[in-house]
Design a binder for this molecule. Sequence first.
Ligand code: XLS
Ligand code: CA
Ligand code: CA
Length: 435
Amino acid sequence: MEFFNNIEKIKYEGPKTDNIFAFHHYNPEEVVLGKPMKEHLKFAVAYWHTFNQDGSDPFGKATNIRNWNTKDLMETAKNKVDAAFEFFEKLGVEYFCFHDMDVAPFGNNLEEFFNNLDAITDYMKEKMDKTGIKLLWNTADRHSNPIYVNGAASSPNVDVYAISAAQVKKGIDISKKLGGKNFVFWGGREGYECFLNTDIKFEEENIARLYKMAVAYTKKINHKLTFLIEPKPKEPMAHQYDFDAATTLAFLQRYDLMEDFKLNIEANHAMLAGHTFEHELNIARNYNALGSIDANQGDSLLGWDTDEFPTNIYDTTLVMIEILKNGGLHDGGINFDAKVRRSSFEQEDLFLAHIAGMDTYARGLKAAARIIESGYLDNLKKDRYSSYENEVGKKLLNGETNLEDLTEYALSVKEVKNKSSHIEYVKSKLNDLIY
Ligand code: XLS
Ligand code: CA
Ligand code: CA
């Protein structure tokens, strides 16, 4: 059965076309910095937002019109697989991501859930083999079931811990079956709402124990996987342990997990942490831990995790600079963890939203390539730190100086000459390069 029967395969038609169901900037085969765009931009569709969102919010009921829902939950789940693969193919996106709970109904108990998952993921595998569409990452939803009210691996209840571990094991088994390259841990309720009743150290150690068991299990079943932690500072918990990239990297180092773990950085979560997306990407990259990205955008006026489709070219440019400087995302990709607005309730809005996101990333990629080729930012930084090229600077960088030598030098400095940043000009010049 076809679910998007009024939509044809989306093609690149260029910026002048009036066809709204066409790419205006994303041209998969166009070569940018020696590689076709589609290799730079490994887009993935997020199952939860695209096939499960109904448009309801805390203030109102569902608005979205979707033609795959029936009264039978398993039938709906199968319909969604059909709709999803039709969508991926028509959109020309080669990857997708999902939580266990997104794709199969829970049923009456964990065992039924796992059976449902087996049936649906077998069906997915058939579709993947037929179409060549690949799994970017899957994850275990360890936050929506009411049992996770006090967390999953951070729960004070060991039975809850065990169930969450079983979901992780099942997720890794599914990843092996579907040939996934990454597995995401987003600490949904791994944090606390009340400091007074919480043993932070105990909870963090328990989380680390789960991660170690996950690594051990992939080795046991011989499935090569990169685990990705997705930082987020708050929502749903008041405080979440994986606050931001820096906090998460410190955790990974502390528990000796850097070898098997990288980060999945989300734009909206960066904003909630009081950072920019490019800041978080840069921190991850500096630790060789930039794994994948959740490409969305937040709304600074709202300050919630609104998960909007990315439409800001300035932002995607700075993001693509980080990704290019990282030599690409390797086994990672650009997952649209984004949902259509409540007022974009027609089914075809799913296409329009993804096209908007893909076009915005294509424009960001081209602008980033222009900026890198111009050498502008590289030279700006080189010049800014050029004082370290003098004798004292060289010694410092080579570890050949000490506090006594530096003091002797400091006493000889008669006048400190700082340079103006000309920061307003720099920003204006960047505008010239982007637009
Ligand atoms: C929620 C997160 C979640 C992760 C995957 O805020 O973005 O959707 O990406 O569990
Ligand atoms: Ca996310
Ligand atoms: Ca989010």
